[in-house]
Design a protein around this ligand. Structure first.
Ligand code: HEC
Length: 590
């Protein structure tokens, strides 16, 4: 070998190392052991993976229609990008941290064998293979994805297309569609779909009743004349058995939503009747060109009444804390129109604005589904349970929330919680320049009722059932007095007490010199209730306080405080799973 050829060879191999990425070097040992293995082909090995896991979004008319992955040519053209997104587990999108979350039955992540197959296909030059091996593209049943390929029993959509302008803000579109049944239906599965996913930011569906003899256009006309929102004239038909009751969300669509199935013993209620309407509340975004959309919901009905009725509510509908400060329910509604809680705006450039929502359960409940929702500043979400014995468990951690794919996380095994448990949802918001989705870091960001995507939202949805209840919301084995029924259902109450806040040596927090609990209907507190609490005398009760760290107890240590929460009686030590903790007077002088 003369000098010239060896020089050329050396240059060639150096260039080769530079071109092949570090991942090639890492893969080498495995590659060697597989030297006898053939390179995977698109038709035989890769298409089945893409067709099963990717094309539901990556095809025309779906969420990622810009990157169709439905043919060899399309996939080959993006082979390197596919390898990168799959190897880094960025695709399919699944923002939950599996190490800090429960198992979810709609977890779409590829297994290692599937990832290795795609990587080896790309590294091997992305060959096409034998056409006879190519599986058919999955047929979506009329666009619906019921796992048993069942046709929906009922599909509803607004009567006409919604036409959107090219640019500008669009107020929420509220369209009512009449329910054509007189009898109640139990919904066993549902799927909500825009015809144009590019423009639907999210939609919420509920059922309402209109006053006798009124039509949606009467309502629209009247509210226009009187200058108030149509919502004031209709009443929600299905409500949660909470106090006060809240409308049950029949369906929520966010990008990434899939079909929901509720299992054999559970269903959601769609009431039949004379003047019932399904309301589509749709938040549209403009794309730069005029667009149209006709969203639809498909429902599959259960053949018989279920054991449990499912309810979907906002997990931030009771007590809310903003940056560690508990908000009073009667705080004047500064800039947060129409919301029960005036969540203070996020200051310009704030990097880590924190919101916490607390909901306690007076009954034994089962949790089925968790669905975080925020807009561009949403950074992370965590759902944690504080059990009535004080134990804490994280159900879902989404460390990198991304509004482009907001999954509904369906628990693989629904989680049964004893009465007296409490759900704590914490989210952080990034209004800084570091957030690449942030349109205006220099602006204050509001939480509004009818808000736009440059405003913010804090709506961590929770789907749950109340155990010990039949599908009609009545205690099972009905009979006996109201108290007997409540005891049978294992129901607890929200209590309100005053006392002195003290830390025990084991780090737990106690209320000493406490008053007897006064029963309350609400989990949060008001300025009026706090004034009353200040006047209330102390007494000789002791309570162990659960899940209290979110209220920053050390700053009230030794002080007189007003505490609300589920009261959990116990022969040794009465516990309170705390939903509100506020100062009620200065020093504690029993
Ligand atoms: C829940 C819907 C969804 C699923 C499932 C999904 N993707 Fe994506 N994917 C998206 C969206 C949305 C984007 C970004 C927008 C776009 O590219 O159209 C994206 C982007 C990508 C990109 C980058 C495109 C670019 O030009 O930057 C690749 C590559 C990709 N996905 C591959 C895959 C593969 C491979 C799978 C299956 C293993 C998969 N995706 C599953 C929604 C999805």
């Amino acid at each position: 070998m003369d000098y010239r050829t060896s020089h050329i060879r050396m240059r060639f191999s150096l260039a080769g190392i530079a071109v092949l990425s570090a991942s090639f070097v890492l893969l080498l040992p495995e590659g060697r052991s597989q030297t006898n293995k053939r390179v995977p082909t698109f038709n035989k090995d890769v298409a089945p993976i893409l067709f099963k896991n990717c094309v539901k979004c990556h095809q025309l008319g779906e969420l990622a229609s810009g990157t169709p992955l439905t043919s060899y040519e399309a996939a080959k053209a993006r082979a390197e990008l596919i390898k990168q997104k799959v190897a880094s587990q960025e695709m399919p999108p699944w923002p939950a941290d599996p190490a800090k979350s429960l198992k979810f039955r709609n977890d779409p992540r590829l297994n290692q064998r599937e990832i290795d197959t795609i990587v080896a296909w790309v590294n091997g030059g992305a060959p096409k293979g034998n056409d006879a091996d190519l599986p058919p593209l999955p047929k979506l049943e009329e666009g619906w994805s019921h796992p048993q390929k069942l046709k929906p029993d009922f599909v509803v959509s607004p009567p006409t297309d919604v036409h959107l302008p090219a640019t500008g803000a669009i107020r929420y579109v509220r369209i009512m569609v009449k329910v054509p049944f007189t009898e109640d239906k139990w919904v066993a599965a549902s799927q909500t779909k825009p015809s144009n996913p590019a423009v639907v930011h999210h939609m919420a569906l509920t059922e309402v009743a209109l006053p006798e003899g009124m039509t949606p256009s009467d309502v629209a006309q009247l509210s226009h004349q009187m200058g108030f929102a149509g919502a004031a004239l209709d009443t929600p038909v299905v409500t949660t058995p909470t106090n006060p009751p809240k409308p049950d969300m029949l369906a929520i669509y966010t990008p990434g939503s899939t079909l929901e199935m509720y299992g054999e013993n559970n269903a959601k209620l769609l009431k039949g009747g004379k003047n019932m309407y399904i309301v589509f509340n749709i938040h549209y975004e403009t794309t730069g060109k005029p667009e149209t959309d006709r969203s639809r919901i498909a429902l599959w009905f259960a053949r018989k009444a279920p054991q449990h009725q499912l309810f979907r509510v906002n997990g931030a509908g009771e007590t809310v804390l903003a940056n560690g400060k508990e908000l009073l329910a009667d705080a004047p509604g500064i800039k947060a129109e129409g919301t029960a809680f005036a969540i203070p705006p996020i200051p310009p450039f704030a990097k880590n604005y924190e919101l916490t929502g607390i909901t306690a359960y007076m009954d034994p409940v089962t949790i089925y589904q968790l669905q975080p929702h925020a807009h561009h500043r949403g950074k992370d979400f965590t759902y944690t349970i504080v059990y009535p014995d004080g134990r804490e468990q994280t159900l879902l951690s989404v460390p990198k929330y991304d509004h482009r794919w907001q999954m509904a996380y369906e628990l693989e095994t629904p989680l049964e919680l004893p009465a007296g448990s409490k759900m704590v949802v914490t989210a952080h918001y990034d209004n800084s320049k570091m957030n690449m989705h942030n349109p205006t870091p220099e602006k204050e960001v509001y939480f509004r009722d009818m808000n736009q995507s440059w405003d913010e939202m804090f709506t961590p949805f929770i789907q749950y059932s109340i155990d010990g209840q039949n599908g009609k919301g009545e205690a099972e084995g009905a009979g006996g007095s109201q108290e007997q029924k409540e005891a049978k259902a294992g129901r607890l109450g929200i209590g309100e007490v005053v006392g002195c806040l003290e830390a025990r040596t084991d780090g737990k927090w106690m209320l000493t010199h406490g008053s007897q609990p006064a029963l309350s209907d609400t989990q949060s507190t008001t300025s009026a209730a706090l004034r009353q609490a200040e006047a209330r005398p102390l007494s000789d009760q002791r309570y162990l306080l659960l899940g209290v760290n979110i209220f920053n107890p050390s700053s009230h240590r030794g002080g007189k405080v007003a505490v609300k929460g589920v009261v959990i009686p116990d022969a040794n030590e009465t516990r309170i799973n705390v939903t509100s903790l506020q100062e009620a007077g200065a020093a504690c002088a029993p």
